[in-house]
Ligand binder design. Structure first.
Ligand code: ATP
Length: 570
């Protein structure tokens, strides 16, 4: 397909902020696509592969500047200058391409196939000496691009499409295009998306308009799946009301989520952001092979760190480095051992388990897994109708240095990627939020060269709304207990700067942090209309995807609830 047509779609959906209008535009576009155009679905989301695939374009602003300079025959200093005034690097590409087009007449036609072909070569090029090859691939595209095409090409390249389209917009687009907006099918399309995590596959089947075929999209062992998420319980009574009696209670381990896949004797481990971390955890691979029966399965679990000497559980931050570090794995494995706590099963020996009631899934876990404490065990679990028992269990969980408890409905199914009302968490009340850094300011004096204050945002739909600013509490030097230093944050955030004016910078939302704060108050100064008082960054949540940060609705709900109740034990 002509890339021009896709660029027109980007323009059209960007021109409205209304969700229904976006869905309408998208549904017309989807209808016009042929079966072989299915890869365009990735481009609509600003990707080049399905969401779970780790191959991204990941081009730095610097490389984008070089390519724009080369393709438009503009001195790179001038491109940088334009960037400082215009802000958006995509807009710079658009402007300079427009100027060039006025002086030259030639123009090739750019197709979506050609765009994808070149973009998909980028992540394959790694190591030294590849910069020029990447530059050539990008310049080739930009030279043939019209101004509008250049705008969206550059935004796709730097991974910041900004057209306000989410997975759900595409889902509703398909519902309207192929199923006459029949609301009964909404869940079925969602299920197909959750099971495959691949919009192109769902599109290929949905376009035939046969819902039965869509229902045939099942989980695939070895392909990452989004984890099911929990809601908060107000208190134990609230949990019984929502989950019924009896309910299951489990420790809420303070580690990180690990989805375990086994197929053909091959183990794959994925985080909740669908990142493949198998190589980082060779010992876990061994545990799974040794302590779990079965030829193929998908299990859900939490990996928790413990002190190798005292055997006491440690907090998440300590072991989080094991997710990132790709070297010295043996040493890390020794110094920061993990215990795997299995709490769910999604598929077993070729049979999907997600529609099976939780109590049966739990039985299956107990049947196939032999407990090996400090290596791999099934999560601490109890079935009860007694409030007192839950209270005791909760206190014990806190004493064992875990975060609290999870409470689960015994009959419920597993819903990948959903935050469900049939799995509730209870933990001591803290003023804590997971937010994303979207801006900041360069420091001066002693802090020159560092970003010295950080703007925090929450989420509303597909927008990120500012809600506070944090500067204090960040260290100048790393300590044994904390890596949250100006230097480390600057290193993480610098490649994500999308706009810079004077000292103030805008940062592409990517780095998720946990913050604590003293209070929340109404404020006209921030887009969210709220301001956090005295926020402090306490954790880097490298395991947490953007889609799971705090939403404005949740924050407002919490604010309302905290006035009425202050649940606390122990
Ligand atoms: P929090 O910040 O409160 O941990 P979260 O946003 O990281 O919450 P939630 O879905 O709200 O994630 O809380 C559930 C998380 O708790 C799961 O993602 C999982 O990683 C962890 N967890 C620990 N123990 C269990 C358990 N027994 N059952 C289910 N999830 C568990």
């Amino acid at each position: 397909m002509n890339y021009k047509k896709l660029a027109e779609l980007y323009e059209e959906v960007s021109s409205t902020t209304k969700r229904l209008e976006k869905i309408d535009i998208l549904s017309k576009f989807l209808k016009s696509l042929k079966k072989e155009d299915s890869n365009i679905l990735y481009l609509i989301e600003g990707n080049i592969y399905p969401d779970y695939d780790e191959r991204k374009t990941g081009i730095s602003n610097q490389l984008a500047i070089k390519a724009i300079s080369k393709a438009t025959g503009t001195d790179s200093k001038k491109v940088v200058q334009e960037w400082k005034t215009v802000g958006d690097i995509g807009k710079v590409a658009e402007k300079l391409t427009k100027q060039k087009k006025q002086s030259t007449l030639h123009s090739h036609i750019l197709t979506t196939e050609k765009v994808l072909e070149n973009l998909r070569k980028l992540p394959e090029l790694v190591g030294k000496g590849t910069v020029n090859k990447k530059l050539a691939l990008i310049t080739e595209l930009l030279t043939s691009a019209s101004p509008t095409e250049a705008l969206y090409l550059v935004r796709t390249l730097i991974g910041d499409l900004r057209i306000g389209v989410q997975e759900s917009t595409i889902k509703y687009g398909m519902l309207k295009a192929f199923f006459k907006n029949n609301k009964e099918y909404e869940d079925k399309i969602q299920r197909a998306i959750d099971n495959s995590n691949d919009l192109a596959i769902v599109f290929q089947i949905a376009r035939k308009g046969k819902i039965k075929e869509l229902e045939q999209i099942h989980l695939e062992v070895g392909k990452p799946i989004k984890a099911m998420l929990a809601q908060k319980a107000k208190d134990i009574e609230d949990a019984f009301k929502k989950l019924g009696k009896p309910m299951a209670i489990e420790y809420k381990y303070d580690g990180f989520r690990l989805l375990i896949h086994k197929a053909n004797n091959k183990i794959s481990l994925f985080t909740r952001s669908l990142e493949n971390v198998t190589k980082q955890f060779p010992e876990v691979e061994e545990y799974i092979k040794k302590f779990i029966k079965g030829d193929s399965f998908i299990l859900d679990s939490e990996a928790v760190g413990y002190d190798k000497k005292t055997k006491n559980y440690t907090d998440f931050q300590k072991i989080s480095q094991r997710i990132r570090r790709k070297y010295h794995i043996e040493k890390l494995q020794k110094d920061l051992p993990v215990e795997i706590n299995v709490f769910d099963v999604l598929s077993y020996n070729g049979k999907s388990q997600i529609d099976v009631p939780f109590k049966k899934r739990r039985k299956l876990i107990e049947k196939i897994l032999t407990n090996h404490p400090y290596k791999l065990i099934s999560s601490k679990h109890k079935i009860t109708s007694s409030k007192k028992e839950v209270e005791e269990f909760y206190k014990k969980a806190l004493k064992d240095k875990q975060e609290g408890i999870m409470m689960k409905n015994l009959e419920a199914e597993y819903k990948p990627g959903r935050r469900v009302g049939h799995m509730l968490k209870l933990k001591p009340e803290t003023n804590e939020l997971d937010l994303v850094i979207t801006g900041g300011e360069w420091g001066a004096g002693k802090r020159a060269g560092w970003i010295s204050s950080f703007i925090l945002s929450c989420r509303k739909g597909n927008k990120y709304l500012e809600i506070g600013k944090v500067g204090t509490g960040i260290l100048e030097k790393e300590t044994e207990n904390s890596k949250i230093t100006f230097g480390n944050l600057t290193k993480l955030l610098k490649p994500l700067i999308i706009e810079e004016k004077g000292k103030s910078i805008k940062i592409k939302p990517k780095i998720v942090v946990t913050i604590t704060y003293q209070d929340l108050q109404k404020s006209p100064n921030y887009e969210s209309k709220w301001a956090l008082r005295f926020p402090r960054i306490t954790l880097l949540r490298e395991d947490k995807p953007l889609s799971e940060i705090a939403t404005l609705d949740e924050i407002e709900d919490d604010f309302k609830n905290s006035k009425h109740q202050n649940y606390r034990y122990g």
